[in-house]
Design a protein. Structure first.
Length: 93
């Protein structure tokens, strides 16, 4: 699969399938979630025995337009929020 198709499946296609209309594309009025990576070096290095390792090859990540990874280093900013699609139901107590 081409890189462009993989990115589309992880962004706009995924958001539209669950009915989250303010995410998945870069356009005015949308929430800006952006990952800047090097396709030649990006790699998942987490394992089952060490699952908390971050991927390598990621330069910058922006969530809601705010930097959470800058020049490969994690920042202290945590602008994310829980996203719930149309099938979400609160569990009874």
């Amino acid at each position: 699969m081409r890189l462009e198709e993989a990115v589309r499946k992880m962004t706009s296609l995924a958001a539209s399938r669950v009915g989250i209309m303010d995410r998945g594309v870069l356009r005015p009025g949308m929430m800006a979630d952006i990952a800047v990576f090097d396709p030649a070096t990006i790699q998942d290095v987490a394992t089952y025995t060490d699952p908390l390792r971050y991927s390598v090859g990621v330069k910058d990540v922006f969530v809601n337009g705010r930097s959470v990874v800058l020049d490969g280093k994690i920042t202290d900013d945590r602008p994310g929020r829980v996203l719930r699609g149309p099938g979400f139901k609160v569990a009874p107590l």
